[in-house]
Design a binder for this molecule. Structure first.
Ligand code: GDP
Ligand code: FO1
Length: 304
């Protein structure tokens, strides 16, 4: 199975999937449009959360960073007046250093991530969506800013008047991503932000065309009229979508064959344009919930 992922909702589901299916049958294609360079190293928040989740190292309270990490370097830098945009843990920073050194030595981002995954004994195939650098730029009345500035420095507060993915026109799905798609029929869009996590993946030139011949299911990250966490609601609204599973359907449009919606969500989806709607518990407050949803998704995929 191929899973499209951001850095919170879908990793929660991956935690269940690796417990209900052979991990080496899983390929995860991960958003890179929130990546940024900090203090000389490339930070890939979504990829790192996926890697740490699969390696059993993720901090499940925050869904970013390594469990029980220290922040000694971050604090010393701060004390010397060098302020970093993200609070980087020491073990997390080691991963950024390794990745950046591999890239500086001439490896692609994909090659670097495959090597890091091997070093963490991860059996799933974790693939960045592309090798070219991309940036999610949020347009606000205060000016344009990188997604991480919007979300962290500005607390997600500014009004959003537009969103663009800088560099997407010159990017393409990597060879490894295309190879994975050519040998797998079932694609799952995890419960991730449809605009800033899945949007860049589906927006890569040619990506949606490849999905036309696949069985594509998604899990809605919106329950009722709000996301479980994060800025998905604000960003969907800014892009003209209803904040509901109806809006999620509209975001993904014709690529979808099925949508998993939370059992408590009574949004009227009408005939959903032929897309199969399945209601089940999609709230993952722990590994048991993740396993339950993973099993439902897997049963559906195997029945196709
Ligand atoms: P990001 O990269 O950190 O934004 O992470 P993602 O895009 O992967 O995930 C963010 C989305 O996950 C948000 O829109 C949340 O509503 C959704 N989400 C988080 N936890 C859950 C959950 O337990 N169930 C569902 N259905 N969605 C969730
Ligand atoms: N999110 C925060 O709200 N504050 C942080 O200081 C922070 C640090 C951080 C460090 C490494 C990393 O991989 C992610 C980090 N995140 C932090 C999460 C990140 O900003 C976003 O939630 C994701 O980019 C959204 O996909």
């Amino acid at each position: 199975m191929i899973v499209l992922s951001g850095g919170t909702g879908t990793p929660k589901l991956l935690m269940g999937l690796i417990r209900v299916m052979p991990e080496d049958e899983l390929t995860v294609i991960v958003n890179t449009a929130e990546d940024l360079w900090i203090s000389g190293n490339l930070v890939c928040p979504d990829i790192d959360t996926v890697l740490y989740t699969l390696a059993g190292m993720i901090d499940v309270r925050k869904w970013w960073g390594v469990q029980d990490d220290s922040f000694t370097t971050y604090q010393h830098l701060q004390g010397m007046g060098h302020l970093e945009k993200l609070m980087l843990g020491d073990i997390d920073r080691a991963a950024h250093i390794m990745r950046s050194e591999l890239i500086r030595s001439g490896k692609t981002l994909t090659e670097a991530i495959l090597e890091m995954a091997r070093s963490m004994h991860i059996r799933a195939r974790v693939l960045p969506m592309c090798d070219e650098p991309l940036a999610t730029i949020i347009h606000t009345p205060e000016g344009e800013m990188h997604f991480q500035d919007f979300w962290i420095a500005h607390g997600g507060e500014p009004e959003v008047t537009g969103i663009r993915f800088r560099g997407i026109e010159n990017a393409m799905p990597s060879r490894e991503v295309m190879d994975a798609l050519s040998s797998e029929d079932a694609v799952l869009i995890g419960p991730s932000n449809p605009i800033t996590s899945i949007g860049p993946i589906l927006g890569l030139p040619g990506f949606k065309d490849v999905l036309k011949n696949k069985h594509v299911a998604a899990v809605s990250p919106i329950i009722g009229k709000a996301p479980v966490s994060g800025p998905a609601g604000k960003l969907m609204k800014a892009m003209g979508y209803e904040v509901s599973s109806r809006g999620v359907l509209d975001c993904y449009g014709s690529v979808l064959d099925a949508l998993f919606v939370d059992g408590t969500d009574d949004t009227d989806l009408g005939d959903a344009g032929g897309i199969k709607i399945m209601h089940t518990n999609t709230i993952m407050n722990g590994v048991e919930d993740s396993i339950g949803l993973a099993q439902s998704v897997l049963n559906y995929a195997r029945s196709q």
